[in-house]
Design a protein around this ligand. Structure first.
Ligand code: C2E
Ligand code: MG
Ligand code: MG
Length: 708
């Protein structure tokens, strides 16, 4: 961790500086005290010295003056014995080290000894000269001695002098002792001061430490805890424990505010996560969440020898529900489907299975294979159950709706090892399940890649196919049932691929629709049909009333200006408007009702007839016919196929005819393959019919023969 000059460090440093200053002050005080102590001792000693000296001198001067008086007579008579006695007496006094009596010339007369060895000798010590010259008691001082001299007078006559040497040794020793004593006392006082100072310093130190501890506890620690929590939150760990506090001060306020803030951040994070990772409609995981889980699972399984299956389930024709029943119903279907899938996956897929909605009507399931078992078998079982479960009818807005599901399955690690490839494979397999007829499941195989490739190639090949002459129109005759007259023809696109030969419209129309190519092909087909129709009308009198009916894809209706296109074609070819019929699928018409109604009104105003193709396969029902202005309905061939066997289909067909007639709408039956069908339709009052029994789609030349 990087070292920082933090709050605590700063505070400690400031505290240390204050301590240092205080301790330095204490040390200075202590030093001053020591110096003062020494000075006091020296001064005391000096004062004592001068005091002792003065006392000794005063005492000396007095006693020497008395001695001089006492010696005056013996000296006058020169009585050496008496002098000696006096001198010896004087010498017995304390501290006297010598007593010398001398004549006016300074020669020693007596020194207190018995035989006076120095008798007659002149004095030559340092004090001698002054002593001899003294005319009054006179004291001189050296380090060891105080020498007091006084003249011995008899009247005005000077007989000589006396000198007494007082030793300072004992006095000095006393002084020393006294100053020793004083020093000891001063030391004692000093020690007491030192103790007080030490006590003060300790107290101060304790106070400093106390303040540091308090600041640490009350300020630094809470702030540090907040900073730690903030760092945790910053790194994305929103569930970290935030510090709590019951303190009623600013720090307490800060801690509580922080706690509230972190909770709200955590809540927002959870919300965002939920929004980001969950599908709002079904509550399932979404694509993002699934993708992350898949990546994580793949990483964990790498090298573990476990197998996975990815199931891509797509509701068949879900768009039809949205288009015909509205988006609310679509949402309802998705929610019900999600619940069924979830229930099935939980029952069969085991606890590790993951389910997500990939947006739209696509659900993805991640299935973990049993440790030793066969993931393929487990996936088949789940897919089979799902297909069965989801084909049960669903009730939406009080209506029973039959839907199916197509499921694509891809296996890890058999098919691919990366999540991207697995998802792509699953999608391809699902698409193949759709191609195979929907409401079933398919395992991914490499061959499917080729199918996808073929589809891409087909799209490329289809581009410009019309200009290369590969596309043409076939015409299937349409007959009036009442009199069996040929009244029109349905134009159907045909594609002869240079390599693959004839390609079914159910295959290439789908490609054109999905790629948008239909927006180019559709108008070309329309123009060609109009041109053919006007030529027949011109060339064949029987074709005077003949109409041509052209299929229009939902995409054309949505994306192009159909009325303008149609009017352009009619104008340029000269075909009367009522000879052109447009076949729209139910889903295309009902998708965006308001917009479509406007378009249809425009077309019908121009005189063009509009028919609803494949009627009955959507959910629009008969009631929709009231709201959508059309001229005819084309009953889907799936109803016609069973009209002889299934009484329900017959009833429905009959109802459609009756209902349409009550609305003044023409009814056409397509896919009439048998005479019986023709007969029954005729009997029920159906207006027109087409089908293999009446005539296959044939090329324009062959159709001309029918007219001739
Ligand atoms: P559709 O509009 O419902 O066309 C009728 C389809 O039924 C045609 O298939 C026709 O050959 C077939 N058919 C006719 N009579 C019978 C019968 O008795 N039994 C059976 N089983 N089938 C019969 P086709 O030509 O393969 O066309 C399939 C679909 O392709 C058409 O269905 C139509 O939706 C679309 N299509 C064809 N040409 C065009 C076009 O020019 N533009 C657009 N947008 N779609 C087209
Ligand atoms: Mg048609
Ligand atoms: Mg049809």
């Amino acid at each position: 961790m990087k070292l920082r000059f933090g709050l605590q460090a700063k505070f400690l440093l400031a505290m240390a500086a204050v301590m240092l200053v205080v301790l330095t002050l204490f040390a200075l005080v202590w030093q001053r005290q020591q110096a003062m102590q020494r000075e006091v001792v020296t001064l005391g000693r000096e004062a004592m010295h001068s005091l002792v000296f003065e006392r000794v001198r005063d005492r000396g001067e007095t006693s020497v003056a008395q001695l001089a008086d006492a010696l005056a007579n013996p000296l006058y008579y020169f009585d050496l014995d008496a002098i000696g006695t006096i001198v010896r007496n004087a010498m017995r006094q304390p501290d006297v080290s010598y007593v010398l009596v001398f004549d006016p010339q300074g020669r020693i007369l007596h020194d207190g000894s018995g035989d006076i060895p120095t008798y007659g000798q002149p004095m030559s010590d340092a004090f001698a000269f002054e002593a001899i010259a003294a005319r009054a008691p006179y004291a001189q001082v050296s380090d060891e001695m105080v020498d007091v001299a006084a003249p011995i007078m008899l009247g005005d006559q000077r007989l000589g002098g006396v000198r007494v040497g007082y030793s300072l040794a004992s006095v000095r020793a006393d002084g020393e002792r006294a100053s020793e004593d004083m020093r000891a006392r001063l030391d004692e006082i000093g020690r007491r001061h030192l103790a007080v100072l030490a006590l003060l310093s300790t107290g101060l130190l304790a106070l400093g430490l106390g303040v540091v501890w308090l600041v640490q506890r009350e300020l630094v620690r809470p702030i540090r805890l907040l900073a730690d929590a903030a760092r945790e939150i910053e790194s994305g760990n929103f569930d970290t424990d935030t510090p709590a506090s019951t303190r009623q001060d600013e720090v307490g306020d800060l801690v509580r505010a922080f706690g509230r803030m972190s909770h709200s951040v955590a809540r927002h994070d959870r919300d965002i996560r939920r929004m980001a990772y969950n599908d709002a409609l079904t509550g399932l995981s979404n694509r993002l969440a699934f993708r992350e889980s898949l990546d994580r699972t793949l990483l964990e399984l790498r090298g573990a020898g476990r197998q996975l299956a990815l199931l891509f389930a797509d509701i068949d024709d879900f768009k039809r529900v949205n288009d015909t029943l509205g988006h609310d119903a679509g949402d309802d279907v998705l929610v019900q489907f999600a619940a069924r899938i979830r229930e099935t996956v939980e029952r069969i897929g085991g606890p590790d299975a993951l389910l997500a909605r990939f947006g739209g009507d696509e659900f993805v399931i991640l299935l973990q294979g049993p440790p030793q078992g066969d993931v393929r078998a487990a996936a088949s079982h789940l897919a089979e159950t799902l297909v069965a479960e989801l084909s049960r009818p669903i009730v939406v807005h009080d209506r029973q709706v039959f839907l199916g599901t197509s499921i694509g399955i891809t296996l890890f690690p058999e098919d691919a090892s990366s999540s991207t490839m697995l998802m792509k494979n699953g999608d391809i397999a699902m698409y193949q399940a759709k191609v195979a007829g929907k409401n079933c499941y398919r395992f991914y195989s490499r061959a499917m890649d080729q199918a996808v490739e073929r589809r891409v190639r087909m799209e490329q090949d289809l581009r410009g196919a019309w200009d290369r002459g590969e596309l043409s129109l076939a015409y299937q005759p349409v007959y009036r049932l009442s009199d069996g007259a040929l009244v029109g023809a349905e134009a159907l696109l045909r594609w002869r691929h240079p390599e693959h030969g004839m390609i079914a419209p159910s295959v290439f129309i789908d490609v054109a629709e999905q790629s948008g190519l239909i927006e180019v092909l559709g108008p070309q087909a329309l123009r060609a049909a109009c041109e053919d129709a006007i030529r027949w009308r011109r060339d064949y009198p029987r074709a005077h009333e003949l109409f041509v009916s052209v299929n229009v894809s939902p995409r054309q209706l949505r994306n192009t200006d159909l009325p303008k296109l149609v009017q352009g074609c009619l104008r340029e070819t000269g075909l009367p408007a009522d000879c052109l019929h447009l076949e729209l699928t139910e889903t295309a018409v009902i998708g965006d009702e308001l917009h479509v109604r406007g378009l249809l009104a425009q077309l019908r105003e121009a005189g063009v007839k509009v028919w609803l193709d494949d009627f009955g396969t959507g959910f629009s029902g008969l009631s929709h016919l009231r709201r959508v202005p059309v001229d005819g309905v084309k009953i889907d061939r799936s109803f016609i196929a069973d009209v002889l066997r299934d009484p329900d289909d017959l009833a429905l067909t009959t109802a459609i005819i009756a209902m349409a007639h009550s609305l003044g709408i023409t009814v056409i039956a397509e896919g009439v393959e048998k005479e019986g069908q023709y007969a029954i339709l005729r009997e029920r009052g159906c207006d027109l019919a087409q089908g293999y029994w009446l005539g296959h789609p044939i090329n324009a030349q062959d159709f001309q023969m029918l007219l001739g």
